[in-house]
Design a protein around this ligand. Structure first.
Ligand code: ZN
Length: 248
């Protein structure tokens, strides 16, 4: 029912504005009719069966390029998305954000992800930075994405050799960790700028182990929800991320 139809007609337009402002300011605290909090302040998902795999970059956007192997991030992320899809198998419906070398704008990726209600979004990337830094990292922002982020970071750590200087789990407001209306995380599978890690990532058997570990983490999240992933992070009220936010 349209709530406004039950209200007496108000002649004072400024009063209407005040009521509208109050309603808007209250909105983040109250779950919508679908039970979802638009800010993602709810426990992580359990029992989901749809996984959106987002291969970072693509087309004109190569992402990072390894100075050691010449490999491009956009090719490695697509390779990983396909490996994770295969590892998840028939128990999940998997959606590939892209399945070829196509450029898709970040905001368009958010729009596409929001077409699926009961799903999680996993965006795959590889990192670049000072040549001494190595190791996988996982970015999340929403409370409902914390458990999946913890599981995926632990899974990648278990496959990766001893890390050095990496930040592990990072809470950061990126367009793909804040703007989708579903739990969403961004994985950095390793540093292409690190000589040894770049060569490791170039090995298909290493990428397969990484993909297998990530798929198991997703499966465990669906089976167990947040159980065993620690206490939920504090809620944060921030508007949607902007293109000028931290680089993605
Ligand atoms: Zn990237």
């Amino acid at each position: 029912m349209d709530k406004t139809s039950a209200m007496p007609r108000l002649r004072n337009s400024s009063l209407c504005l005040i009521i509208a402002a109050l309603a808007a300011s209250c909105a983040p605290d109250s779950p919508s009719s679908s039970g979802r909090d638009v800010w993602g302040h709810r426990p992580g998902p359990k029992g989901f069966r749809t996984v959106i795999l987002d291969a970072g970059h693509g087309g004109k956007d190569s992402g990072a390029v390894s100075p050691h192997t010449g490999q491009r991030e956009k090719d490695l992320t697509l390779d990983m998305a396909m490996r994770i899809r295969d590892e998840l198998g028939s128990g999940f419906r998997t959606i590939l954000m892209r399945n070829d070398d196509t450029f898709i704008d970040l905001d368009e990726r958010v729009i596409r992800a929001n077409r699926f209600g009961d799903a999680v979004l996993v965006s795959m990337h590889f990192n670049s930075g000072p040549s001494s830094i190595r190791g996988p990292e996982t970015y999340f922002w929403r409370v409902d994405s914390h458990g999946l982020a913890v599981r995926c970071q632990q899974a990648m750590n278990a496959v990766s050799p001893a890390e050095s200087g990496n930040r592990g789990l990072v809470r950061r407001r990126l367009r793909l960790t804040r703007n989708p209306e579903i739990p969403c995380i961004l994985l950095e599978g390793g540093y292409l700028s690190h000589p040894a890690e770049s060569r490791l990532v170039a090995d298909p058997s290493y990428r397969q182990r990484l993909a297998s570990a990530i798929a198991s983490a997703i499966r465990t999240q669906s089976d167990a929800g947040d159980a065993g992933t620690g206490s939920l992070p504090r809620p944060l009220y921030e508007p949607p991320s902007r293109p000028t936010d931290a680089p993605e």
